[in-house]
Write a protein that binds this ligand. Structure first.
Ligand code: NAP
Length: 248
């Protein structure tokens, strides 16, 4: 039986590309989304049309109850998981710290950080060999913003990704002896909808001069690194980071 992976935020962008590639590499894929059911179903259809298996599950990762429901649905209708890709993430409109509200910062951290912590906890409760699981692999989607800082644009986002980097390092050591590997990918500027959702639809193109390779990346290029870290080809890698950022 092919292993099961949950990809959060798999309806669009990097998550969708990861879901499709993971299915091509033999994973059964849980396509999670927050609001865009049509997009999530089209990702699942693409997987199924190519002979793979996919299950669509709505859950807002900012809400613990919804995360718990997602894992229960997967347990009941799909089977035991072997992988988790914490990809769901958001940016916000450009702002300095002096302009940021508590609500904005809270939303950022609930989705980008708390969601990753709680989904990962639920995955570990199922995968850890110390709890009778078969082990597994977790890949967190961070950002080069974690090391650049996002000053003048969105330090809340950058700091949330900094938290993901620290989480990845610490957790990789915490569960290394429990059969679970924890790694992260740090994308640079990738051409997806995320820039429009932060009010800057042409951001990927506009920032091209700052990218040493002189072009934004494609979601597929990030998916390649995620799926490599997820699978057995990277069996000795844990606490590792792959920057997919065109040299940025
Ligand atoms: P995107 O195109 O905006 O897609 C975001 C995905 O996340 C969608 O599937 C969306 O679902 C889902 N999502 C958003 N909020 C969610 C929530 N609360 N619960 C569950 N799912 C949620 O974004 P992307 O560019 O592919 O980004 C994916 C990841 O890569 C993020 O973590 C982002 O920070 C990171 N990243 C992106 C870039 C870049 O330049 N694109 C660079 C560095 C890092 P719906 O369709 O239902 O809304």
């Amino acid at each position: 039986m092919n292993p099961i992976v949950i990809v959060t935020g798999a309806s669009r962008g990097i998550g969708a590309a990861t879901a499709v590639l993971a299915a091509r590499k033999g994973w059964r894929v849980v396509v999670n989304y927050a609001e865009n059911k049509v997009a999530a179903e089209s990702v699942a259809k693409k997987i199924q049309d190519a002979g793979g298996q996919a299950m669509v599950v709505q859950a807002d990762v900012a809400d613990e109850e919804q995360i718990l429901r997602m894992f229960k649905e997967v347990d009941t209708h799909f089977g035991p998981i072997a992988g988790l890709v914490n990809n769901a993430g958001v940016v916000d409109v450009t702002a300095t710290l002096q302009e940021m509200s508590w609500e904005r910062i809270e939303r950022m951290f609930r989705i980008n950080v708390f969601g990753t912590f709680i989904a990962t906890r639920e995955a570990l409760l199922r995968m850890s060999t110390k709890r009778g699981g078969q082990g597994g692999s977790i890949v967190n989607v961070s950002s080069v913003a974690a090391r650049i800082g996002g000053g003048g644009q969105y330090i809340d986002y950058a700091a949330s990704k900094g938290a993901i980097d620290t989480f990845t390092l610490g957790l990789s050591k915490e569960v290394a002896a429990e059969g679970v590997r924890v790694n992260a990918v740090r994308p640079g500027i990738i051409d997806t909808d995320i820039h429009a959702s932060g009010g800057l639809p042409t951001r990927a193109k506009d920032l091209t001069p700052l990218i040493p390779m002189q072009r934004p990346g494609h979601a597929d290029e990030v998916a390649q690194a995620i799926v490599w870290l997820l699978g057995k080809d990277s069996s000795y890698a844990t606490g590792s980071f792959i920057d997919v950022a065109g040299g940025r």
